[in-house]
Design a protein around this ligand. Structure first.
Ligand code: 13P
Length: 253
């Protein structure tokens, strides 16, 4: 059975002290994860170890990096390898967030390499996809996302594709307060699953968690997560507020 996941993406926010307090506040709030549910915190690199320690021993709770480099090691000043992440106990990495695609020019081809290096090191990629507003307005969101998946994921074996978590994040809904409607999220995420079924099989597609991201908050999480092909969310702004994110966790199916 595929996992239902509440993933926090803190992006480039919070000081170390604020990050510690956020995790402490969140741990003090009541939540009970079912066996099919997971919580993931994608935090800035300098906080990975601290958050890992604070969450030690918690069932179904993981720490993720927000990026990694597509090379194994070497003279790449300022970059972080998956081996480094592995060695500090990090087993998830967000790959291809739209902010990285836009500001750091990450291409589908480069992201395919990042996915490969993660999987080769037993790291779960949380692969982001999603269309800009112009494509949504032209009703070409399916085409746009299909190309992202084709060029970054479909080279994977049937075994490996099932190790990937997909996060659909329409760019026009990120940080804008404008959420996709439940139907819009359901339609495109069903399309993504259908595409995967076509390339692999229905059983494989049904095994893959597909998260929705873009202005998810406590007030709308339950509705969005209730959609059949929405297996939780990747949450930016609302994950920085302990009780907001806790309500989002408690909204998982
Ligand atoms: P917001 O939840 O702030 O819209 O951000 C979504 C996102 O980009 C998560 O990766």
């Amino acid at each position: 059975m595929r996992k239902q996941i509440a993933a926090a993406n803190w992006k480039m926010n919070l000081t170390y002290q604020q990050a510690e307090k956020l995790i402490d506040d969140l741990l003090a709030l009541p939540h009970q994860l079912k066996e099919n549910q997971q919580v993931i915190f994608a935090v800035p690199f300098p906080y990975l170890t601290m958050v890992t320690h604070k969450l030690a021993g918690k069932q179904n709770v993981f720490v993720a990096a927000q990026n990694c480099y597509n090379k194994k090691s070497g003279a790449y000043t300022g970059e972080t390898s998956v081996e480094m992440l592995q060695s500090i106990g990090v087993h998830h990495v967000v790959i291809g967030h739209s902010e990285r695609r836009e500001y750091f020019h990450e291409s589908n081809e480069m992201l395919a390499e990042k996915v490969d290096i993660c999987l080769a090191n037993n790291i779960t990629p949380i692969f982001c996809c999603g269309e800009p507003l112009t494509f949504r307005e032209a009703n070409e969101q399916d085409l746009f996302v299909a190309k992202q998946l084709l060029e970054s994921l479909y080279h994977l074996s049937a075994e490996d594709i099932q190790k990937v978590v997909i996060a659909y994040e329409p760019i026009w809904a990120i940080g804008t307060g404008k959420t996709a409607t439940n139907q819009q999220a359901q339609d495109i995420q069903a399309f993504i699953r259908h595409q995967i079924a076509g390339h692999y099989s229905e059983a494989i597609a049904n095994n893959i968690s597909i998260l929705y991201g873009g202005s998810v908050k406590a007030a709308n999480a339950k509705d969005i997560f209730s959609q059949a092909d929405v297996d939780g969310g990747l949450v930016g702004g609302a994950s920085l507020i302990a009780d907001e994110f806790n309500t989002i966790i408690n909204s998982l199916k």
